[in-house]
Ligand binder design. Structure first.
Ligand code: SF4
Ligand code: SF4
Length: 163
């Protein structure tokens, strides 16, 4: 969860949930977070402005399979309640909407957040600028379908976050 194009969909933190657990709780706001992937146990403090949200454990706001610090704010929108103190693995995470490969299967670009291309491949950048950038649909599903078709027609392979 994180960069400027993050839609706060929560998918990354829901997915990471199986690797995150509470090692100990010292107070309602002070905890130790165990990061299963790295073996770290980190002290974390829930900021005052997230304390009320963090305290919510009902199904509308929380699911035990998620990261213990993730809360649903409203349908489709999630918040990390220790965002300033989140572990390195969370800081390093970059989500992608689409991963683009060339004819040999090598990844040559990624679409991060919603509609930002990260690539140094001249052919992909050209197709992106000439055909994909101009797609007007604000609906992400429709936008993705159109972008995927253009990229595939141009000979690229496309894998979606939803796959
Ligand atoms: S999956 Fe991506 S868009 Fe969704 S919350 Fe995580 S970083 Fe943000
Ligand atoms: S610590 Fe925060 S950013 Fe990291 S997985 Fe948990 S909710 Fe997401």
């Amino acid at each position: 969860m994180g960069n400027s194009s993050c839609s706060r969909c929560g998918k990354c933190c829901i997915s990471l949930g199986k690797h995150m657990s509470l090692a100990a709780s010292l107070s309602p706001r002070s905890h130790y977070l165990r990061v299963g992937v790295t073996g770290e146990i980190l002290p974390v403090t829930v900021p005052p402005d997230c304390a009320d949200l963090f305290a919510k454990r009902d199904p509308e706001h929380y699911d035990p399979s998620w990261c213990p610090f993730l809360r649903r704010v409203e349908e489709g929108t999630f918040l990390c309640t220790i965002y300033p103190a989140r572990p390195g693995i969370c800081r390093q995470f970059r989500c992608f909407t689409l991963s683009v490969t060339d004819a040999s299967g090598k990844v040559v670009g990624r679409v991060v957040g919603r509609k930002t291309l990260e690539s140094t491949d001249p052919a992909l950048i050209h197709v992106w600028n000439e055909q994909v950038k101009g797609i007007q649909d604000s609906d992400l599903v429709v936008w993705r379908e159109k972008a995927e078709k253009i990229l595939k027609d141009a000979g690229f392979g496309v894998r979606s976050w939803e796959d």
